[in-house]
Design a protein around this ligand. Structure first.
Ligand code: TXA
Ligand code: MG
Length: 323
């Protein structure tokens, strides 16, 4: 384990120190409302190189650049369609990432060589404070993937980050603690490079939310073809245990389902969320718990395939595709 400092109760001084650490080229893991991110200066190629090393991620997988507000958008993106501005006004700060044509300052080392860049304004107060402070001292922004090893379950607490990356971080890097992520699954990613938007990754901002909003605003619709985004693999978000979907658990297996499902005898109930939002919030921590308990199989009853349930089912499908 590294001895990279773990900072709770993030005061203004702590945020300033973290921004300075980023400016010096170090990595800062920080909370967002979706999952924890592993941040670095989005204009520093050496710092970004370390993100890829620490995560064990192939370098052609682009990173999301986290900015403090809509005002920063045209620093990082060009040719921004009107519908993207409307989406940003409605859903930022929040769990939505927009893919836009990149500006000159979004380097190949961020975008994996593509001519687009992913941008997000998180709402978590620590993330907001850190990004705002960093922008002030650097004229840059924070590039951050989820703070897990490549292909693994995203972290939803600072302890998860330590468990995932502690062996790879060094003493100058920091982990900011902001409690448990309130949403628990990654942001909705929307491709805004065509005449109409399309969802590349489902998330807390749902297909239904987007369709309703775009229709009311613009008489616009979502693209019906769901593009496969770069970096999307069929196997992802994976714990070490094997996941069975919508099949009854057997004795000795882990079990995760909404609270109205009873626990069968001799299975280990990992959590009993009472609705789909709670399901999303405790999904990843339950998968981690299963691994920490050494369970070899977990049975999961999925929520219905609507609204946030779609995003959960997308993650579960990938998590269950164990090699
Ligand atoms: O909620 C989130 O989005 C979290 C928090 C930390 O913000 N971040 C996150 O980052 O999930 P990451 O790197 O684990 O997943 C982002 C996905 C990647 O699969 C990447 O390939 C895709 O977004 N992506 C980023 N930039 C892109 C681009 N320009 N074009 C297409 N896909 C892009
Ligand atoms: Mg990730």
């Amino acid at each position: 384990m590294s001895n990279s400092p773990f900072i709770s109760n993030c005061t203004a001084d702590a945020i300033r120190d973290a921004a300075l650490a980023l400016k010096a080229g170090h990595l800062v893991a920080f909370p967002t409302e979706t999952v924890y991110g592993l941040g670095a200066d989005a204009r520093n190629p050496d710092a970004i190189k370390r993100i890829y090393e620490v995560k064990g991620r192939p370098t052609d997988h682009p990173l999301i650049v986290h900015i403090s507000s809509l005002n920063e958008l045209d620093k990082w993106a060009i040719d921004i369609p009107e519908y993207a501005i409307k989406l940003a006004r409605k859903f930022w700060p929040g769990p939505m990432t927009l893919i836009l044509k990149r500006s000159e300052i979004a380097g190949d080392f961020i975008t994996g060589g593509q001519d687009t860049v992913g941008l997000r304004v998180p709402s978590d107060p620590i993330a907001q404070a850190l990004i705002t402070e960093f922008e002030k001292i650097s004229n840059s922004a924070i590039a951050a993937p989820s703070a897990n090893r490549f292909g693994r379950v995203s972290p939803t607490s600072s302890a998860d980050v330590q468990e995932e990356l502690g062996d790879y971080l060094v003493s100058e890097d920091l982990i900011l603690d902001g409690g448990i992520s309130t949403i628990g699954i990654e942001s909705t990613i929307i491709d805004c490079t065509a005449s109409i938007p399309s969802i590349l990754r489902s998330g807390f901002v749902t297909h239904e939310d987007l369709e309703l909003f775009l229709c009311i605003e613009d008489n616009h619709s979502l693209s019906s073809t769901v593009t496969k985004y770069s970096g999307s693999f069929d196997k992802h978000y994976s714990p070490a245990c094997k996941i069975k979907l919508d099949q009854a658990p057997e004795a000795g297996e882990g079990f995760f389902a909404l609270s109205h499902f009873e626990t069968p005898p001799n299975v280990i109930r990992l959590a009993s969320p009472s609705n789909t939002k709670e399901f999303a919030k405790c999904l990843y921590s339950s998968l981690r718990l299963a691994d920490n308990l050494g369970l070899s199989k977990v049975s999961i009853y999925q929520p219905p395939d609507i609204e946030l349930g779609r995003a959960i089912r997308d993650r579960l499908r990938k998590a269950s595709n164990a090699s």
